[in-house]
Design a protein around this ligand. Structure first.
Ligand SMILES: [Zn+2]
Length: 233
């Protein structure tokens, strides 16, 4: 079997593979993707904080209402004519008054702590928005830089692709098909020589039966890495 064509094809394809690998590992692309993730995170966080602020404000309203109720009750007691009351009534009134005063202190404390919580949420919210905006800016920058990087290799890529297409016409379809299948899985090089009875890709030794099959057929698929093994001349 003449493998010159597929080896020529692979030699040229290695240039395309290199460009593709560089694009996959492109730093601008990676930064853009990280920034996009951070934007999503910040957005999710800001929604949660908004919800939290909403429920805190509702709680404050509730405490304020309780506060008002207690205060009204206090005022009511204060306005009573004490001289007309019995001793028992006076004692009851005094204990109620103490209790109300205590409740007011507790409610006031609750309000203060709620207000502190609201402030903390607001400051967190501001920070989150700042983070979001800075990520958005960096995302846009990295994305456009990556697009530039893509453009820079575009013509080179299409030139190689065209040449590969021409070369593929001289290659046995079943070999070409097997090659393309591995290539899509980012296995490279696809076609490797037999080195000391081992696969030139994964270096695992072939059983004798397979070597004899390889000698008969000229090409063999490695059972381990699925590369196409050929015999060096
Ligand atoms: Zn192998």
């Amino acid at each position: 079997m003449d493998l010159k064509n597929i080896l020529d094809y692979q030699a040229l394809d290695s240039e395309l593979f290199k460009i593709e690998r560089e694009l996959r590992e492109n730093q601008n692309k990676k930064t853009a993707s990280t920034m996009h993730e951070s934007m999503k995170e910040a957005q999710g966080r800001s929604i949660k904080l908004e919800e939290k602020a909403g429920s805190l404000l509702a709680e404050i309203e509730k405490v304020k209402k309780q506060f008002k109720l207690q205060q009204d009750k206090m005022d009511e007691f204060m306005s009573k004519d004490l001289e007309k009351m019995s001793k028992e009534e006076l004692e009851k009134l005094s204990s109620l008054k103490d209790k109300l005063a205590q409740n007011l202190v507790i409610l006031e404390r609750n309000l203060t702590s709620l207000a502190e919580n609201v402030n903390a949420v607001l400051s967190d919210f501001n920070k989150t928005i700042k983070t979001f905006n800075s990520c958005k800016e960096q995302y846009a920058k990295s994305k456009s830089a990556y697009e530039q990087d893509l453009k820079a290799v575009e013509s080179q890529k299409s030139e190689i692709t065209k040449k590969l297409e021409t070369l593929s016409k001289g290659i046995e379809p079943r070999i070409m098909e097997a090659y393309q299948k591995r290539r899509k899985e980012n296995i490279f090089p696809v076609v490797v020589p037999l080195n000391n009875n081992s696969c030139g890709g994964c270096h695992i030794e072939l059983p004798y039966a397979n070597i004899s099959k390889l000698q008969d057929e000229g090409i063999l698929t490695c059972e381990h890495c699925h590369r196409l093994i050929y015999l060096k001349k």
